[in-house]
Design a protein around this ligand. Structure first.
Ligand code: MV4
Length: 496
């Protein structure tokens, strides 16, 4: 095993990795920018290294400075977390050249999966289903018309170099194809410096379900089942869960998707933790979309349901250890849901709301897991993604987990900045969520039909009351009746 590991990341994921390191008896080195001098990760780690100014390009994205910090602190491995350099093949190679182990997959696998069209070809070669379409770039209109006719409308134009929905255009009729190609191509050029677009059959209102895989360097690989991530806003996941509600009625689907994911991962020569993203249509046909060659934000829901510690296994695998778990020994118990708690204002177009956290009361208790990167008094920097924490719950059933999440959200008090906790309460209360009828259209439909509830019932009201007076917290915790006077006083401009 490693002696000392540098965590090349920040926020809640750095804290998560430091925890795994400590449990394994491995020393940790945090890195930080000027904005993160007093971060929770820095305070928790055994050692810390300064990288540079707040801008990520001058700190968390600087391969040279990170490797220099690893050398100075004598770290024998680097965990990249997610984002930043986690899917950068050059970084993985640079680690190797510097004699430091990159805790992740081989650089070749990162590179292969970095191109969406390469990944698609790889999946086809592995015999896994992909959405019908062509991976060759559209060259002229008449060829595109032929392809689209063959697929049948609606079709979807996608950027070859793409990702995140950029350069994507739905086309419903042949008349619209020419304009759509021009628009998609110019958007792709601007975003990726490459205007190539290709055609796929549009999957209408798909579910987004991904499969977690874990493989060692000795050729053994297993899957840890799925995460349902259909609730997204502008290609950002908002709520994730395991199992997918779809698996309740169709349990055989997990094994089929798991097998497809393993085929692709094997073909890519993959090891360590990775995730295959799939679209699932109304008839439960599933199609490989892309692979994420890193630990993902939403990994806790898999951990809660399988009982496996993914970061622990990442460390053991990177150190050359054997994954001594067989597929038939993987079990999925109960249900788990995760909400991404952001410093943002759901009532103002989800605008980021960085700033100082003046009060913090964090949920805990039965079945609650909080992966947080903040503390009371901490100033959430404006330079980075304003994710404060991930709130995950486990319950015997999806219904129990939902009730538990509602309870935990009510306990969560964050003062000084806006957060999206009340937004989750609304989502989890909706009939569509409760029925598990999820699709990537969920949030659009949700916003269309949203009947905002009084917003001041939960945590914020408690925070306001506790902060306002010298009243005892026990008094404040009593849930107010809707006619209660203090609900209307003070912050009632938030009632809509
Ligand atoms: C699709 C699709 C429907 N049909 N492909 C969006 C981002 C990109 N990585 C793939 N995306 C999609 N590809 C076909 N052929 C719908 C989406 C999509 C989506 C996918 C996953 C999660 C959320 C999404 C939201 C909108 C559209």
């Amino acid at each position: 095993m490693f002696r000392k590991v540098l965590v090349a990341n920040r926020g809640e994921i750095a804290v998560r990795i430091i925890r795994a390191l400590r449990e394994a008896g491995i020393a940790s080195v945090a890195v930080y920018s000027d904005a993160d001098r007093a971060s929770l990760a820095v305070q928790m780690a055994d050692e810390a290294a300064h990288l540079g100014p707040a801008a990520a390009a001058e700190s968390y994205l600087r391969i040279d400075r990170i490797l220099d910090a690893a050398r100075r602190h004598g770290a024998d491995a680097i965990h990249p977390g997610y984002g930043f350099l986690s899917e950068n093949a050059e970084f993985a190679e640079a680690c190797q050249s510097a004699g430091v182990v990159f805790i992740g997959p081989p650089a070749e696998a990162i590179r292969a999966m970095g191109s969406k069209t390469e990944a698609r070809k790889l999946a086809i070669a592995a015999g896994a289903p992909v959405v019908p379409g062509t991976e060759a770039a559209v060259t002229d209109l008449s060829a595109a018309q032929r392809v689209a006719r063959g697929l049948g409308y609606p079709v979807l134009l996608k950027a070859s170099a793409g990702g995140g929905g950029k350069g994507m255009r739905r086309v419903d009729r042949e008349d619209d194809l020419e304009t759509a190609i021009r628009d998609a191509s110019s958007e792709a050029s601007r975003a990726f410096g490459n205007g190539d677009v290709y055609l796929e059959k549009l999957v209408v209102e798909p579910r987004h379900i991904e499969i977690q895989v874990l493989g060692d360097q000795h050729g053994h690989m297993i899957h840890l089942g799925e995460r349902e991530c259909s609730i997204q806003r502008r290609h950002q996941k908002v709520v994730e869960e395991c199992p997918s509600p779809l698996m309740r009625e169709h349990p055989e689907l997990r094994a089929h998707m798991g097998e497809a994911a393993l085929k692709i991962a094997r073909r890519a020569g993959y090891y360590n933790a990775g995730t295959m993203e799939f679209l699932v249509d109304r008839d439960r046909n599933f199609y490989f979309l892309e692979m994420n060659t890193r630990l993902q934000v939403e990994h806790p829901v898999t951990e809660l349901v399988t009982g496996l510690d993914l970061v622990h296994w990442q460390l053991r695998i990177a150190a050359g250890g054997r994954l001594d778990i067989q597929q038939q020994d993987v079990w999925w118990a109960g249900a788990s849901i995760e909400c991404r708690i952001y410093a943002e204002d759901p009532d103002n177009q989800f605008l980021p709301s960085p700033g100082r956290i003046t009060r913090l009361m964090e949920p805990s208790g039965p079945g609650v897991r909080l992966d947080s990167g903040v503390y009371e008094g901490w100033e959430v920097p404006f330079e980075y993604d304003p994710l404060l924490a991930k709130l995950a719950v486990w319950g015997e059933t999806r219904e129990v987990a939902t009730a538990r999440m509602q309870r935990a959200l009510r306990e969560y008090v964050v003062g000084g900045i806006r957060t999206n906790t009340a937004f989750f309460t609304e989502i989890l209360n909706s009939k569509v969520f409760r029925d598990g009828r999820l699709s990537t259209a969920f949030l659009d439909d949700f916003f269309m039909q949203r009947q905002p509830m009084p917003r001041n019932f939960g945590a914020e009201a408690v925070a306001a009351l506790v902060a306002a007076a010298s009243s005892k917290p026990s008094d404040a915790m009593t849930r107010p009746q809707s006619g209660s006077h203090w609900l209307r006083s003070g912050r009632d401009e938030q009632l809509r």
